[in-house]
Design a protein around this ligand. Structure first.
Ligand code: CS2
Length: 474
């Protein structure tokens, strides 16, 4: 581009498609993953599966995407090169906080047959240690009292109520968040809220509703300001909301949709299965479990990104040891999957230098992530009397991280819905004991068993520092 010339804005080139899917939580992950698969499925097999994106809180995405006709660029960053795609499956964007009524009407539209979600772990308003709806959550308290909701469970329940009242079939609820048994979790929170509002509605959802579980995978770091300039140089137009992602992607979906209505996902490589549990466990424990371990330990060791962690031989060895000695032995592989090969592939994915995935970003919301990513593996290993000093060190690193100061005394910006409680506990005279007492994170039975090894790991971190403590793990 010559300096001084006005830069065009990215605009829609493909015709609009009728909306069949409302998606709650229009973040970078869904735009790089589900929205692309759905677009590919429509172009191969047709179907009215246009997406209406909904941001629950912020207007930013709507403000960025609307002038571009809902479209954006997805830039794939591979070790062998880059690939660009102009994604056009999102037709329109609404902001729930500004106009909850319009979102409910959209969800109740007869053409809509799927409501998908990426609202992050905390968006389900559940207790991470039990998976059950937290009735005392401020958003749930408000959604019980007011017909216009603010929470994701609130929108699902009120929209399903409209559909029931209008004699329509329910939509399929397709959760794409990194929770174990994510379909069961969302079904549980929806039914709990519906029961509290209207038992007839709850009974209808229980029999007619469908909540397939899914396993989703693609590494999509938050888009950074420098990425916008890079995209502009590549395409010669301004895209306010591009997404950057790795080449690898996987989507495993339980094939259980209301009336069988869904895009032809199998045609574009989505694995349609009867039961997703083993895939979910594998991915949450092997990928997300080591991601979180590297996030806390890597941050404390001074590493900015996952790729930086992998370039450090101490962390590279440490993460391989986590897979082979602690995580794989506690897993049942999905049929036909070799977990050692899966670990090798993860190692290569983490090392991709094109992907600048910050440890700080992954460290966010640890209270919502630890149970399914790490504590489940610890529990299985404790039951089998298998020591797991590496994962203990990772949990201990989280305990240091959430106090809000690193090992050199520098401040950390801790993002977590429980941040104030975590900080109080982590800064008390007995940080390990006080954090283990948080039952929303640690089930009581597990807290007891974890106490002594965690005290040891925590002390090792404080006295030796992160890298020496990782090196000492045998
Ligand atoms: C990451 C995930 O931010 C995080 O917590 O662990 O977003 C991870 O990149 C994806 O689950 C990969 O599929």
């Amino acid at each position: 581009m010559e300096a001084g010339l006005p830069v065009n804005r990215l605009s829609r080139s493909a015709p609009r498609v009728p909306v069949g899917i409302v998606h709650l939580g229009l973040g970078a992950f869904f735009r790089a993953h589900g929205a692309v698969y759905i677009e590919e499925a429509m172009s191969l097999s047709g179907g009215d599966w246009g997406i209406l994106g909904v941001s629950l809180q912020s207007a930013t995405m709507r403000d960025q995407l609307t002038p571009q006709g809902g479209t954006y660029m997805a830039l794939e960053l591979g070790p062998e090169g880059e690939m660009l795609r102009h994604v056009q499956s999102v037709q329109d964007v609404l902001v729930a906080r500004e106009n909850p009524g319009a979102v409910l009407e959209a969800m109740a539209d007869p053409g809509v047959r799927i409501v998908s979600l990426t609202v992050t772990e905390k968006g389900y308003c559940h207790a991470p240690s039990t998976g059950r709806l937290n009735m005392a959550h401020p958003d749930i308290v408000q959604d019980l009292a007011h017909p216009l909701p603010v929470s994701a469970p609130g929108f699902l329940v009120r929209a399903l109520a409209l559909r029931q009242a209008r004699g329509l079939a329910p939509f399929t609820v397709l959760t794409c968040d990194n929770l174990p048994n994510n379909g069961q979790v969302v079904r549980g929170v929806v039914l709990a809220l519906a029961r509290a509002l209207d038992p007839d509605l709850a009974a209808w959802i229980e029999t007619e509703g469908r909540f397939p579980s899914t396993m989703v995978d693609c590494i999509v770091p938050a888009t950074k300001p420098e990425d916008l300039a890079r995209l502009e140089a590549l395409i010669g137009a301004h895209d306010a909301a591009p997404v950057l992602h790795e080449p690898f992607r996987q989507w495993v979906v339980e094939d259980d949709f209301v009336g069988g209505a869904r895009p032809d996902l199998a045609a574009v490589g989505v694995q349609m299965v009867r039961d997703v549990t083993e895939y979910e466990h594998m991915k949450l424990r092997m990928l997300n479990g080591t991601h979180s371990s590297l996030a806390y330990l890597g941050y404390l060791a001074g590493h900015e990104t996952i790729a930086d962690c992998m370039a450090d031989p101490v962390l590279d060895r440490f993460v391989q040891r986590l897979w082979t000695r602690e995580i794989i032995p506690a897993l049942q592989p999905p049929e036909g999957v070799n977990l050692a090969e899966y670990a090798d592939a993860l190692r290569a994915r983490y090392s991709n230098p094109g992907i600048r995935h910050r440890t700080w970003q992954i460290a966010m919301d640890g209270s919502q992530k630890l149970p399914q990513r790490i504590l489940g593996t610890l529990e299985t290993n404790l039951g089998a009397a298998r020591p797991c000093p590496g994962l203990m060190l990772a949990v201990a690193a989280w305990m240091v991280y959430v106090r809000g100061t690193d090992l050199a005394g520098q401040p950390i910006e801790v993002k977590d819905p429980l941040a104030p409680e975590l900080r109080l506990a982590a800064c008390s005279d007995d940080p390990v004991g006080a954090l283990l007492a948080l039952q929303a994170v640690f089930p009581q039975r597990l807290a007891q068993a974890l106490e002594s090894p965690l005290r040891k790991a925590h002390a090792a971190l404080l006295t030796q520092g992160a890298k020496a403590a990782m090196e000492a793990v045998q």
